[in-house]
Design a binder for this molecule. Structure first.
Ligand SMILES: Cc1cc2nc3c(=O)[nH]c(=O)nc-3n(C[C@H](O)[C@H](O)[C@H](O)COP(=O)(O)OP(=O)(O)OC[C@H]3O[C@@H](n4cnc5c(N)ncnc54)[C@H](O)[C@@H]3O)c2cc1C
Length: 476
């Protein structure tokens, strides 16, 4: 009897899981699955405690789902990727595995690990990888010269064309493996990461994620284009945490979207299309990471930006992390991030811009901090987002585009609903003054426990422009 092993990584689901589906195609094979936690590696990659907790909560569920299908989930813990390989080789030998299936992870360390494993795997064991965490495989959307597009909109247009051609379909969950013995459940032991309360926004399981997808498509997507930037409105899908650890696949999102909005590909002003566009950004950053592996070494995409002279200032950095900058929209966002592990895309852009272009602190410091907090921390999207904001990335915001934090607050939290939620100390400040409370407080002779602005935005803006221009000159 053949034994097939599925190495589960960031694909913690039974539905539409390409590797799991392929392993189950042989109806009589014994199918095993394994998940190997790597605390040291996760720590090195700044994975947040929330994400680790989210992974473990899903592992228990997944083990149960697999058990019902007579598929065993083996859990193991190794320090890092190198140890993972040794352990897997031994496991394959011990369990007489003939075939190993896995879904690709596109980060450089992960790809190097998989290549090293395949090199060391005995020839008689077939290893097969799948492009599972994307809508279209990296490298499949290219210019006529077989290169990565240099402009996102061109990439997207080509992507949409391919998407239309390819009939993306979701795979079913495996059936119960009749005739197989009931597997012995493996003990899943979360390592020293403390247990975290994830809150009501993060229910556990594929069913919960599918139900959230359905609710979003049925009730919110038509307003998405108007509300997605407004932090006081629960207007976005909040699916990123599930997508990141693979409880939900982007194909499932796309399929639901097509079911609900069959004309989505042609109605480019609709909320559905704008949401699909965000899913394409997600794919885009993955495609970029494969085309330019140096991104995984935290190198800027635009090479002259490596000459920017960043400020080393731990006090300013801590004030940013802790939401004590004196700019209400920044502080409210940073406090939401620290408490909940999630902020919307607009807030990610404004806070990132503030760190890089108001405080002139290296974007890589912010990138690391975001990863350490986000429940949806994903290397490609996080690196892509930071490089976009810092104007160091591919098709990024031009360096002279610097968000004014006060104006952004006025635009997207006009009545201060979001600010008051996260900065209760500002509750007494009237709407008109909320985004610059200090003058009003002074005039009223009120002292609140809220800091003065840590920088003057217009001065900081001028300094940043000078520093970026100086770096651009070094290139010449
Ligand atoms: C500085 C910065 C850092 C970011 N870090 C991450 C990160 O670590 N992980 C992460 O998943 N996203 C990241 N994003 C992208 C985006 O902010 C989040 O995906 C989004 O806010 C998640 O909320 P949602 O699921 O409600 O998104 P929705 O608006 O409902 O979008 C649906 C899905 O599309 C994808 N998506 C949306 N916007 C983007 C985008 N700009 N880039 C790439 N994918 C996108 C996500 O998978 C998201 O779940 C970052 C953006 C910036 C500017």
């Amino acid at each position: 009897m053949n034994t097939s092993l599925v190495w589960l990584r960031k694909d913690l689901r039974i539905h539409d899981n390409k590797a799991l589906y392929a392993a189950c195609e042989d109806p009589v094979a014994r199918v095993l699955t394994v998940f190997i936690a790597t605390p040291k590696q996760w720590h090195k990659h700044n994975m947040s405690q929330r994400q680790a907790a989210f992974i473990f909560d899903h592992l228990y569920q997944l083990a149960q789902e697999l058990f019902l299908r007579r598929i065993a989930l083996h859990y193991h813990q190794c320090a890092d990727f190198a140890e993972q390989i040794d352990w897997l080789l031994n496991f394959c030998k011990r369990e007489k595995v003939n075939k190993l299936f896995y879904n690709y992870e596109y980060e450089l360390n992960e790809r190097e690990r998989d290549q090293a494993l395949e090199r060391r795997m005995p020839k008689q064991i077939l290893c097969q990888g799948f492009d599972d965490s994307v809508l279209l495989p990296p490298g499949s959307v290219q210019t006529r010269n077989k290169e990565m597009f240099q402009v996102y909109t061109s990439f997207r247009n080509a992507f949409l064309h391919k998407l239309q051609e390819s009939e993306l379909a979701c795979l079913p969950a495996p059936a119960v493996r009749q005739g197989q013995p009931v597997p012995v459940p493996s003990r899943i032991v979360p390592f020293s990461y403390p247990r975290m309360q994830l809150g009501d926004n993060y229910l556990i399981g594929e069913i919960a994620s599918m139900s959230q997808l359905r609710t979003f498509c049925d009730q919110k997507i038509q307003y998405y284009r108007y509300n997605r930037d407004i932090p006081a409105v629960d207007a976005t899908s909040r699916l990123s945490a599930w997508l990141t650890i693979g409880v939900l696949s982007p194909r499932q999102c796309y399929q639901k979207l097509r079911e609900r909005y069959p004309l989505v590909l042609t109605q480019n002003k609709s909320g559905a299309f704008i949401w699909l566009n965000q899913l394409i950004w997600r794919d885009f950053y993955r495609h970029m990471m494969v085309a330019y592996p140096s991104l995984c070494r935290h190198q800027p995409f635009i090479s002259w930006t490596q000459y920017i002279t960043w400020q080393q200032d731990d006090v300013l950095f801590s004030a940013w992390c802790e939401g004590r900058t004196g700019y209400p929209i920044i502080d409210a966002a940073m406090r939401q991030l620290a408490v909940s592990g999630w902020i919307n895309n607009r807030l990610r852009m404004i806070t990132a811009s503030f760190l890089v272009k108001d405080l002139l602190i290296d974007w890589r410091q912010g990138e690391r901090y975001f990863m350490s907090q986000l429940i949806d921390g994903d290397f490609a999207s996080n690196n892509g987002g930071w490089q976009w904001v810092a104007s160091t990335g591919f098709d990024a915001a031009p360096y002279f585009r610097i968000f004014n934090p006060t104006l952004q607050g006025k635009l997207f939290d006009t009545h201060g609903t979001f600010i008051r939620q996260w900065l209760p100390e500002l509750k007494v400040v009237p709407d008109n003054y909320l985004h610059q409370p200090h003058n009003w407080l002074k005039a009223q002779n009120i002292t609140l426990n809220y800091p003065q602005p840590i920088v003057d935005h217009s001065k900081a803006r001028k300094l940043t422009l000078t520093v970026y221009k100086a770096a651009a000159k070094v290139r010449k």
